[in-house]
Design a protein around this ligand. Structure first.
Ligand code: UT7
Length: 352
């Protein structure tokens, strides 16, 4: 069993104007990603089609966001139904039957029901009858929050096999007459199966944080609040942009340090996919070459909690990860929240 290393993060780590309250945590029992899958709805909505809906242009969207097209869920698709497609693919890669799952965690802010949880619906559709199930809402940081939560159950020795999904149908909370938001988002789902391992490779460290004083920078009202609807996403784009560049940089550095690594040890950064300009600025601020940053926002837009597992799945499918590579997942979004996790990539553990 490796020694637990706790590396304190000091004030000198606080750079720029944003302070990170989250602590870097080193994980002692490892969670290894043994399965991955994604689901994107069939319907493609291009920038040219959006030109016919609102006063926008392909040139504006491409130059300000890097988004070319996004997917839109069909009328009969929901966060749970898309998640089930992604989850089945992940279970297949893992070679696990649904009844082997101990826990299902769904990261979403667009569940079809207030309760029960989206994860409960996913559990039932999969037939994961031995699994506990709950949702996490940390907006676009949700997948990493969910993954870090899953890692705690594994670190505690409570569970061995956990399904973590991110699934969103933002098309249902967009005002399709508001060009400030409707061009940015898309629908989709991604999933991973993680398994306990007493030795690396696996999850090494994570950072989670939130600044609730800035909750109104990006939010969607709901039916239980004071707002009578309609329940559309509202966002201060430039403010979130600035926040994003800073926290991608800071959270990545904190998580890498907590893992006992240097930035030069990182082979791939998979950030939340919101805007190519954010990702380019963040890569520059971190000092990482852009080739080490995975970007697919051009094809899917911002899929919130689904963007990181979809991107991870594509990075694996494209052969961007090999054994013992160090990978950073980093997210940011409503909250304002942020999250990062360092993972050493590796094969399925031989035995539990
Ligand atoms: O998942 C986390 C959540 N979200 C984000 O990460 C989003 C972060 N922010 C951004 O990505 C960018 O701020 C945006 C892409 C949202 C906006 O880009 P920007 O360069 O910050 O533009 P802006 O909001 O400052 O707007 C510039 C101009 C404005 O016109 P005026 O006031 O200068 O005449 C907007 O009205 O662009 C206009 N504009 C548009 N024009 C054409 C805003 N949206 C559009 C549009 N098409 N779709």
């Amino acid at each position: 069993m490796p020694q637990r290393r706790l590396i304190p993060i000091t004030c000198s780590d606080i750079l720029f104007e944003y302070k990170l309250s989250g602590k870097g945590i080193y994980l002692a029992r490892y969670a290894r990603i043994i399965g991955w899958g994604k689901y994107l709805p069939q319907k493609v909505l291009t920038n040219q089609e959006l030109e016919r809906l609102v006063n926008t242009s392909d040139a504006w969207i491409m130059s300000r966001t890097g988004i070319r097209e996004r997917r839109i869920a069909a009328d009969d698709e929901t966060a749970s139904s898309m998640a089930v497609h992604a989850a089945r693919a992940a279970l297949k890669v893992a070679g696990l039957e649904p009844h082997c799952l101990d826990l299902v965690i769904a990261a979403t802010c667009t569940p079809e029901l207030i309760f029960p949880a989206c994860a409960a619906l996913i559990q039932n559709s999969l037939g994961a009858k031995n699994a506990a199930a709950f949702d996490i809402n940390a907006a676009c940081s949700g997948f990493i929050y969910a993954l870090a939560t899953a890692c705690q159950f594994i670190a505690a020795g409570a569970y061995n096999n956990i399904l973590v999904v991110g699934s969103e149908v933002y098309s249902r909370i967009l005002n399709w007459k508001n060009r400030n938001t409707c061009v940015l988002f898309g629908d989709g789902a991604g999933a991973v199966v993680i398994q306990a391992s007493d030795a690396p490779p696996g999850s090494l460290s994570f950072v989670l944080g939130n600044d609730g004083s800035r909750a109104n920078s990006i939010y969607t009202p709901g039916p239980c609040g004071l707002n009578k609807g309609p329940y559309y996403i509202t966002m201060n784009g430039p403010e979130v942009f600035k926040f994003a560049v800073n926290v991608i940089c800071l959270a990545t550095k904190q998580a890498v340090k907590a893992a006992g690594l240097e930035l030069s040890d990182i082979e791939l950064l998979i950030p939340h996919q919101a805007n190519t300009r954010i990702l380019k600025s963040a890569a520059k601020a971190i000092g990482l070459p852009l080739e080490k940053v995975f970007i697919n926002v051009d094809r899917y837009g911002n899929t919130s909690a689904a963007s990181i597992p979809i991107a991870l799945c594509e990075a694996i499918e494209e052969g961007r990860l090999k054994e013992h590579d160090h990978l950073v997942l980093v997210g940011f979004g409503g909250g304002l929240s942020w999250a990062a996790m360092v993972i050493e990539w590796g094969p399925r553990p031989k035995k539990l």
